[in-house]
Write a protein that binds this ligand. Structure first.
Ligand SMILES: [Zn+2]
Length: 423
């Protein structure tokens, strides 16, 4: 085996105590032996502080010197200082509720930067069938401190520690370099660094975990209760919407009926909207032209009045009076809110809820849901055919709406009758 030159920062002196290279006489007078193989050491400390070190007096195959030294030095300094800065330790429990949402409960057992001053510290103590590096006591409570250089504490030992119910930490010194042992103070700041400390077991965790589990269970229970309430609320809303749809369909059936349309026709002349329109439109009721009495399938009743009422109102306001370009949306808005030609709420409800619950809508209605925009679109198409309107383009602000411009107040051509059925 090839001799390894190890530059040791500590040597074991005559009192069996580790001495730092800066604290001993130079050369053989140091009186120290190797902590690992116990062979004599020579102190070389007359150069730079950084280069001061012990070396074996006789070259030897000892290669455990560094590891044993760090291990010993760590124990020695903890015994001397009777203190350690602990790492934070948090107990965490988590669970998943019925909706798949994760819930977490946590509590700090050891806060960040907690410094413990021990009442006593012993090394290499045998207890509960194991040997521990350090056993420190604080108010009669023990803490096991293990020094990790190369070998982590084995799971078997952690189980024994848990069985004995003694809190334990491990200080990881595996990456200690010669720079960390330039002197005792530097080495201490390295050992006393919470980042190097890992908790192996904490006696308070079991009880705390149980209380956290209870809190977590309550939290999940509460969440699930809220889901259930939400579900019931949602069900009620759906039920309400469905019954609104059913009622709207019933009302709609009445509105579309020929009986109702006949009724509208009968009362048309005294409709309040006509009373206003006729002040601007110098055409007697009986002489209203054909283009103001256009049948629109599935919709000429939609404004809650005879078709002549809304068609005449539109014609007098948008074609005769204004003459400017207009959109379907603007005409619909004006008819409903200014001209008193209101679309029944059942039409809107069938439109909104019929799309949500199509299974409740009879096929003949669902294939073409009545709509005031569709009705106006069909009517304007008819006026286009008569040469009275021109299509300008889609309404960019409202999807489904279109722009038209007025071409003529009178029909320029008779409606193309070639596609009307001759029987
Ligand atoms: Zn040695």
């Amino acid at each position: 085996m090839k001799a390894v030159k190890i530059k040791l920062p500590f040597g074991l002196n005559l009192n069996n105590v580790l001495a730092h290279i800066l604290d001993v006489e130079n050369g053989k007078k140091c009186g120290c032996v190797c902590p690992s193989c116990r062979s004599p050491l020579i102190a070389a400390n007359n150069g730079h502080v950084k280069q001061a070190h012990f070396k074996h007096a006789v070259e030897t195959a000892c290669d455990g010197g560094w590891e044993s030294t760090i291990h010993l030095a760590a124990k020695q300094i903890i015994i001397e200082r009777k203190s350690i800065t602990l790492s934070k330790y948090t107990s965490v429990v988590s669970g998943i509720d019925s909706m798949g949402i994760k819930h977490i409960e946590k509590k700090n057992i050891v806060p960040k930067g907690k410094v413990i001053k021990f009442d006593s510290v012993e090394e290499e103590v045998g207890l509960s069938g194991m040997k521990v590096d350090i056993l420190a006591m604080k108010e009669a409570k023990p803490l096991i401190i293990e020094i990790l250089y190369r070998h982590k504490v084995e799971n078997q030992k952690i189980l024994k520690i848990a069985e004995a119910d003694i809190s334990a930490i491990e200080i990881n010194l595996s990456d200690v370099t010669p720079d960390d042992v330039l002197d005792w103070e530097t080495f201490w700041s390295c050992i006393n660094d919470p980042k190097r400390i890992q908790w192996l077991y904490n006696t308070r965790e079991l009880a705390l975990k149980m209380s956290l589990e209870n809190q977590l269970a309550l939290k999940i229970q509460q969440a699930e209760k809220e889901y259930e309430q939400e579900r019931i609320k949602e069900q009620k809303r759906i039920q309400k919407e469905k019954s609104q749809l059913v009622n709207a369909l019933k009302d709609l059936k009445v509105l579309c009926s020929s009986k109702y349309i006949a009724q509208l026709k009968k009362g048309a002349e005294i409709h309040p909207s006509w009373k206003v329109t006729r002040q601007y439109l110098p055409i007697p009721w009986q002489e209203l032209p054909e283009f103001l009495n256009v049948e629109v399938t599935n919709g000429d009743w939609i404004f809650g009045c005879d078709r002549r009422i809304w068609q005449a109102a539109f014609y007098s306001a948008f074609i005769c009076y204004s003459g400017k370009p207009f959109s379907i949306r603007a005409v619909d808005d004006w008819l409903q809110n200014k001209a008193g030609c209101k679309v029944s709420s059942c039409v809107k409800n069938v439109g909104i809820y019929g799309r949500l619950y199509p299974e409740l809508v009879p096929a003949d209605i669902s294939s073409r849901l009545p709509s005031s925009w569709e009705t106006l679109k069909a009517y304007f198409r008819h006026l286009q055919d008569l040469g009275m309107l021109d299509f300008l383009g889609p309404d960019r602000a409202y999807r489904g709406s279109k722009w038209f411009q007025v071409v003529s107040k009178e029909p320029k051509k008779s409606k193309n009758t070639s596609d009307s059925v001759p029987f």
